[in-house]
Each structure stands twice: as C-alpha cells, then as structure tokens.
Ligand binder design. Sequence first.
Ligand code: ZN
Length: 335
Amino acid sequence: MLKIDMHTHIIPKNLPDWSKEFGYDGFIRLDHHKSSWARMMQGDQFFREINHNCWDPEVRIKEYDKFNTHVQVVCTIPVLFAYFAQPEHGLKVAKFLNDDLSNLVNKYPKKYIGLGTLPMQAPEMAVEELYRIKKNGLVGVQIGSNINNKNLNEPEFFPIWEACEKLGLSVLVHPWNMMGKEHMSRYWLPWLVGMPAETSRAMCSMIFGGIFEKFPLLRVNFCHASGSFLSTLGRIEQGFNCRPDLVAIDNNHNPKKYCGQFWVDCITHNPEMLNYVLKMQGSKRVTLGSDYPFPLGDLEIGEFINKMQLEENVVEDIFCNSTLEWLNLKKEDYL
Ligand SMILES: [Zn+2]
C-alpha cells in the first residue's frame, strides 16, 4: 500500500547568515559544530539541535524505508518563516527555501513533494511567489497559524487564498509563534498547550471569518489533527449557538459544517482520539502525518494505525488517498 507522509520538515544544509546580510536579528542560522549535527541559532540564542536527517534527502529516504513509507511531503521548519522581516528580506528568505525545495523535488520526483514558504507579511509579494513556486514544481504552501499575531481571516490575506484557488495550490496551516509563550516558559508548555490552541485559533478564525465560504475551492490541511479544534468543537458550536452576536457576525454557518471540507493530519499519538477524528472528518479528510524528524512527532510514521484494526480502505485513505486528493496528485505518479 502506498504510504505518503504529508507533514515533515526539512531545511537546506547551509543557510546564509541573513542577520549579517540584512543588518538585524531574528533569522535562523546553522552552526555545524560536529559531524551530522548542527545547532540552530537565532542570534546568539540556541534554538534546537538537529541531526542530518533534517537536511540530507538520502538519510531520510533510508529512515523512511524502515517504516515502509514511500513519499515525504516536505516543508520548512516554522521558525524559518521570517514573517517579522522587512518584506523584501522575507521574500528573499522564502525564495531561498523554495528554490532548495524545488531542486529536491525535481531530483527525487517519486520520493519528495514540496510545500513552499511565503512572505505572508507582504501579501502582494506572496502572491507573486505563489506563481513562481507553481512553475517550479511545488504543489502548495505551509503557512503559520498567525501572521505576526494577525489572524488568517484578515482581508489582506484574501488575495493569497484567491491565488491558491486559481493556481490549484494547497495549504498546510502549521502552529507557531505560540500565544502566551512568554508566560509559560517551563515544561515545554508552548509546544504542549500553545500549539494545539494556535491551530484551533487559525481554524476558528478562518471558519468564523467565512474564508471557506468566500474561497470554496481552497484545500487546507490543519496540523496535529486540528490541534484542540475538534476536541473542543462542542464548545465552539455552543458558542456559535448561544452568542451569535459575538460569533456569527461574519459567517452564519454552523462551524460543524466545515468538518470534512478541510483536511487534518493524524498526529494524535492516541488511537481513541484518532477514531474520534475519523468520525468527525471521514477517512477521506484525514492524512498520514508524522512531524518527522522531531521528537514530538510520530516517528514510526503511522505504525500505530496498522494496529487499530481499521478497515483496509480507511487505512488506505489515511496513508495515501486523502493526501493525494488534498494535493491534487495522481497515485500512479508515485508507484
Ligand atoms: Zn510540524
């Protein structure tokens, strides 16, 4: 059975020193301090240590072979988004990352599928970049759950949704820049509490903002099985029903209506939760994701799904059909 992992992160082995080039801090650089390992640095601050499976396509293919997974959908690590940068610098960073991805997917067309990065702080430039990445072989983009704390329903982002629809490019919404992170520095809370909340923030903003009504052809996938959205949907729906004056001001459709219109990945680490997600979404809207190669991910690439005694067609939907439909790709191109 074809297995496609649609949520994985990759970065170029060498990054320019953008802070030096542009004259201000915030950009990530890599310090290759020992063989096969590098430190991600933000100015003088250590962010995370990464292994060569974060940049070496051959190492990754070997690791994926162990879990019978044939194709990786790759995108950058959200800390590289550079939405804080001046527009022309944000565009330069995005182009660098996107060109690296284009080279990769053109070299390994059966092994890698690429989702680009956009300078979301400059929507006009982002739209231009969408046209360029489409031409260069990428099939969609990964964007953050907020853009410098602006929510995804803001009208300034409409031209980006419109261009994605027109070009047939898909969208992956990834949590980042976690709300409240400055107040919860202990216990990894930004990742454990902030990330699921961020994804729900993005989903509620897009739903209540009427984005899926205005752009019905938009194909969006939300990370980590929707974060806390699906598990708190009862509350969200109750809010819609009891205070429409607050909630239903831009879109009068029940939020539940959109389940099964968007996609979510399967990264739940919990069979009961995945069963619930499947019930809410239908198997054609749940995709195999891992968050490889990071430790909070499902680094056995969906092995737990094989043990859940799901119908074979449900497993096949999760392992490949849902992702192929989300990205508008053909199965035969990957067999
Ligand atoms: Zn991720």
